[in-house]
Design a binder for this molecule. Structure first.
Ligand code: SAM
Length: 242
């Protein structure tokens, strides 16, 4: 497994030369209102959130990192692909699943929270890795169908169940490579939240708390969250007058 990962890492170094994320990276950016919904919920439970640090380790073009910066004092970003042409604040280019690829700052100082929308095919590995690093909490945005599957139950949920499952009542439209205010989706999403430091005090079979995230899109969405729609070119001549 370790060999495969380092091979993948070398091949992504080649991929980084082109700007567009290769299909294999599962680049599906998150509309910012979905991150604000999580942060509002965390804020209502964690008084120290504004003073905490957060790492977005699969940041893409920053659609989740930017709203995280509205709630957390320190935000670190990284991604295995180089998105810096469109996300100027991208930090390190590195594979989250390869320990030696983590930034020296994270290795030296640690981090309170790890929050991301992981690539779907690596979501379980992202969660397991994050749980070994974050001091206060881990939150992962996943398809609700991620809660199914014998493999994930055996390997993850039966051993480290999330503390909270936050199911969106509204759909969170996510599409390959871009966000759009007009997008729609048939896929349901939820946030899974873990408090790793609470594991010592939790009973092994403590049931996760299930909550609905009440409708909030209209309140949390801003026009500046989306790229401006391409304007129709201004005609050089008023054709009617010719
Ligand atoms: C579903 S997208 C989410 C992007 C961003 N978190 C957001 O919510 O807008 C998944 C991201 O994971 C990145 N990625 C894929 N494999 C990775 C890895 N091994 N380490 C770090 N990032 C990875 C992709 O480049 C992509 O940006």
């Amino acid at each position: 497994m370790a060999g495969n990962r380092s091979l993948q890492n070398r091949s992504t170094a080649v991929m980084q030369r082109c700007h567009e994320a290769p299909d294999s990276l599962n680049y599906f950016p998150t509309p910012p209102w979905a991150t604000r919904a999580l942060c509002e919920w965390l804020e209502s439970r964690t008084a120290r959130l504004p003073f905490s640090s957060v790492w977005e380790p699969a940041c893409g073009e920053g659609h989740m990192a930017r709203p995280l910066g509205e709630y957390f004092q320190f935000v670190t970003t990284s991604d295995v692909h180089d998105y810096s042409q469109t996300f100027h604040d991208q930090g390190r280019v590195g594979d989250f699943l390869v320990t030696w690829d983590h930034s020296p700052k994270i290795q030296a100082q640690g981090v309170d929270w790890i929050i991301t929308n992981p690539p779907f095919r690596l979501a379980q590995e992202f969660i397991e890795t994050a749980l070994g690093i974050a001091r206060q909490g881990v939150a992962m945005l996943v398809r609700s169908a991620f809660l199914e599957s014998r493999e994930r139950y055996d390997g993850l949920f039966s051993k480290q169940p999330p503390t909270d499952i936050l199911q969106f009542v509204e759909r969170v439209p996510m599409h390959k490579g871009k966000i759009s205010a007009d997008a729609t989706t048939a896929t349901a999403y939820c946030w899974l939240v873990w408090y790793p430091s609470a594991y010592g005090s939790r009973q092994h079979d403590d049931a996760p708390r299930f909550r609905w995230l009440a409708p909030c899109r209209a309140r949390l969405e801003r026009p500046s969250d989306y790229p401006r729609a391409a304007l129709a070119p201004t005609p050089l001549f008023d054709e009617a007058a010719l």
